[in-house]
Design a protein around this ligand. Structure first.
Ligand SMILES: [Zn+2]
Length: 265
């Protein structure tokens, strides 16, 4: 199956349901798992994930820095185990990039751009994840359990420095998904400034859960390490609920208050 083209004419943070569906429906990307392939690998999709004792056809445990990154010193190129080009940057780089963005377009503009960048990042990340995960585990996405799929998606982000997470779907019947984020790369770089700063992540969570649920969702950070909290907390939901949550946060409501109000909506 060919790779779905994301229609650039679409409003950036509201892809059509067709686009979301196409990302989900993309087939296995065998090229992305070339470096993980062992000689025993046949490379075809099975009806279910098979329990294979002993050496696995595709390597799965590569979440250490030496295993995950490939450094070609002669060409000055860093790639990851999936063959994607990478760039390793310092906290100073992060601060300078965000500061420069704010200088150019102001605070409100910068937060919107970060959210939209995060959203595009999430869509592209899901697109590559869907292809490679099906190849690595030799099964269609529909055959994977949601928890398994989500951890598989997140692990590369942990090893590349984006932090660790915990998701909470206990209120999914009310259309409310929550994510706790620990060691946010953005918030850890910026430090405690008394405001939420993880707009990249909010956009990314919105895109990822839009793809997984095949409907347009938005996200807002309810509390942030940069507000002096221990960790960051996001809600992912329909636009009206997320708009309301963003408004309550701007009025000084805590994550606990916002959660309560959202449940009552
Ligand atoms: Zn944060």
């Amino acid at each position: 199956m060919s790779r779905a083209a994301i229609d650039t004419e679409e409003v950036l943070d509201k892809p059509s349901p067709k686009t979301l569906q196409m990302i989900w429906k993309e087939g296995a990307d065998w090229k992305a798992v070339n470096l993980l392939r062992r000689p025993t690998a046949v490379g075809e999709l099975k009806p279910a994930i098979e329990v294979i004792p002993g050496l696995q056809p595709f390597e799965h445990n590569y979440y250490t820095t030496p295993a995950f990154f490939r450094h070609d010193a002669d060409r000055g190129v860093l790639t990851n185990v999936y063959g994607q080009r990478c760039m390793r940057v310092s906290e100073d780089f992060m601060i300078a990039m965000l500061g420069a963005l704010e200088d150019e377009v102001g605070q409100a503009g910068a937060t919107e751009i970060m959210y939209k960048c995060g959203y595009r990042w999430g869509l592209e990340d899901m697109r590559s994840f869907c292809g490679r995960a099906q190849a690595e585990f030799q099964v269609q996405l529909e055959k994977m359990r949601v928890g398994f799929m989500l951890e598989e998606w997140w692990w590369p982000l942990t090893i590349t420095g984006w932090g660790t997470w915990r998701y909470d779907f206990r209120q999914k019947d009310k259309g409310l998904l929550y994510v706790e984020l620990y060691e946010s790369a953005v918030a850890k770089s910026i430090g405690d400034i008394g405001a939420a700063v993880c707009y990249f992540y909010a956009g990314m969570f919105a895109a990822v859960f839009s793809v997984l649920s095949r409907r347009n969702l938005a996200s807002v950070e309810m509390q942030c390490y940069s507000m002096g909290e221990d960790y960051c907390r996001f809600v992912i939901s329909d636009y009206d609920k997320v708009d309301a949550a963003a408004f309550w946060r701007s009025q000084g409501a805590t994550a606990k208050d916002i959660t309560k109000k959202l449940q009552a909506m």
